[in-house]
Design a protein around this ligand. Structure first.
Ligand SMILES: Cc1cc2nc3c(=O)[nH]c(=O)nc-3n(C[C@H](O)[C@H](O)[C@H](O)COP(=O)(O)OP(=O)(O)OC[C@H]3O[C@@H](n4cnc5c(N)ncnc54)[C@H](O)[C@@H]3O)c2cc1C
Length: 456
């Protein structure tokens, strides 16, 4: 049960007032002898703050952005069609903690089906459904190659494992494109890292979701973090620059001032930690600094295109396209079946997702249209509007999510999650060994660290 409920409007007003707070704030509260600072108001930070507050602790959440949710973010640029720029899916609804939260607020959800797709050739021509057989064949062969790589004494990248055990040099040009499609959609889009960087030994092949179907939120995923944020003391526009700890407590410096508390739960994205944007005094232990360097953060970027009318098939949900360059405009999600709006979404990840960030909006839209025209209609009109993400350039994320990089130890996430002198605690998707790179993984990492603090 939540201790205190505020309406959404009250919450925004409350947060704004709090942001204007005085420079040196002592978070001690007479009602509780434990006060905790939570850095970041994404799913991990909100989960941690909620859990602590419900147990009577005094909690202040410091968030650099002007909103909560972090990498869960619904855009309302199109008033009649909220679009998720970060996470879209609950991956596996059964026993998933995000399902519980969504149930509590009756958030509408729609089931999707990754197998409901059409395959297109490199020139945009539609291929017969039996061509999916090649996809399945390569899925099985990749799995075998990774099993063989797991027996090696040293870790190698997935690309090296494919070259060694699958010998793509012997494949035809058509087979190479099918192999590239599987590598991109099943591994690079899933993990956001390039197969040249993903570890062959430590990349899980059984997914990071729960059982049951996947669902999206037609009215936007942000409803979940906004629900969690309700009633918490969240200070927006507080970019943390330094975290110091000593025998007596923790001092967190932001661009606005500084805060003092007994403990801090740090949910900074791995991309932000890698960049060294926040100074630690004393420095983090060497082992933790090493895994921060070794672990991977990649990118999954979205391009939403909106038209007056759909010129593509109203069904199915997915359009996959073979391409000579791996992962270039190869995955498209059709929103028409869900929201009956002529909107189509392209996913580009890893190497091409990174390169895309350097292109202008005009070039991105022109390139996307070239592919759509080849696939559906040479007469397809220009989009009425578009939305493009650039998660690497985002100063509060510096990437989409973490991945197991070749060379990082198998227990890297555990090391990242280790507390420092029972003062600093670490949560966030990258610290979750069971469900990394997901919303539920971030949420569970937040409750995990809050419980650790409460158990002391
Ligand atoms: C494009 C994309 C698609 C995805 N799709 C899915 C999906 O379909 N399903 C799924 O389960 N997961 C998906 N994910 C992953 C999921 O969104 C993340 O794993 C999860 O939201 C991470 O939560 P977090 O709390 O660990 O980090 P964040 O949400 O990033 O929270 C960290 C917070 O810290 C703040 N912060 C950063 N720096 C500072 C600073 N210096 N000072 C103060 N605050 C700071 C940030 O603004 C942010 O609010 C997707 C992610 C992306 C980017």
């Amino acid at each position: 049960m939540f201790q205190k409920r505020l309406t959404r409007r009250e919450f925004v007003r409350f947060s704004a007032a709090a942001s204007a707070a005085i420079l040196m704030t002592n978070c001690t509260n007479t009602q509780s002898d434990l006060n905790v600072l939570v850095i970041g108001a994404g799913m991990a930070g909100l989960a941690a703050a909620r859990t602590l507050q419900e147990s009577g602790a005094t909690v202040t959440v410091l968030e650099g952005r002007d909103r909560v949710g972090g990498r869960v973010h619904t855009s309302h640029m199109w008033a009649d069609a909220p679009m998720d720029l970060g996470a879209s899916w609950i991956h596996g609804i059964r026993q998933n903690p995000i399902t519980d939260l969504a149930d509590q607020i009756n958030a509408p959800r729609l089931e999707t089906d990754y197998d409901d797709g059409i395959l297109y050739g490199p020139d945009g021509g539609r291929l017969p459904d039996r061509e999916w057989g090649k996809y399945e064949l390569f899925e099985a062969q990749i799995e075998q190659a990774l099993e063989q790589a797991a027996q090696l004494d040293m870790d190698i990248s997935i690309e090296q494992a494919i070259n060694q055990f699958l010998q793509p040099g012997n494949l035809s040009a058509d087979e190479k494109m099918h192999l590239a499609l599987v590598l991109n959609s099943a591994l690079e889009q899933e993990w956001s890292g390039s197969i040249s960087q993903l570890s062959a030994q430590n990349t899980p092949n059984d997914g990071t979701g729960y059982g049951g179907p996947d669902v999206i939120f037609p009215e936007g995923y942000s409803a979940i973090p906004e629900f969690l944020a309700d009633g918490l003391n969240i200070r927006l526009n507080e970019t943390v620059t330094k975290i110091s700890h000593d025998a007596a407590g923790v001092t967190v410096t932001t661009q606005q001032g500084s805060y003092r508390a007994d403990k801090a739960i740090i949910t900074l994205p791995l991309g932000v930690l890698k960049k060294g944007l926040v100074e630690f005094e004393p420095p983090l232990p060497a082992e933790k600094r090493t895994v921060i360097d070794q672990m991977g953060v990649g990118v999954l970027n979205k391009v939403y295109l909106r038209f007056a009318e759909p010129f593509w098939n109203k069904r199915p949900e997915w359009f996959s396209k073979l391409s000579e360059e791996r992962g270039e405009w190869s995955q498209w999600f059709n929103l028409y079946p869900y929201i009956q709006k002529p909107i189509i979404l392209a996913f580009n990840a890893a190497d091409f997702g990174t390169e895309l960030e350097t292109f202008s909006d005009e070039k991105i839209v022109a390139d996307a249209m070239e592919v759509l025209r080849a696939m559906f209609s040479a007469d397809a009109p220009e989009p009425e509007s578009f939305q493009i993400t650039r998660w690497i350039a985002d100063p509060f994320a510096h990437g989409s999510y973490s991945f197991p990089a070749v060379g990082a130890p198998a227990n890297a996430r555990k090391i990242l999650a280790q507390a420092v002198e029972n003062r600093l605690f670490f949560a966030g998707e990258a610290t979750n060994s069971d469900y990394p790179a997901t919303v539920h993984g971030a949420y569970l990492s937040g409750t995990r660290e809050a419980e650790k603090v409460l158990a002391l």
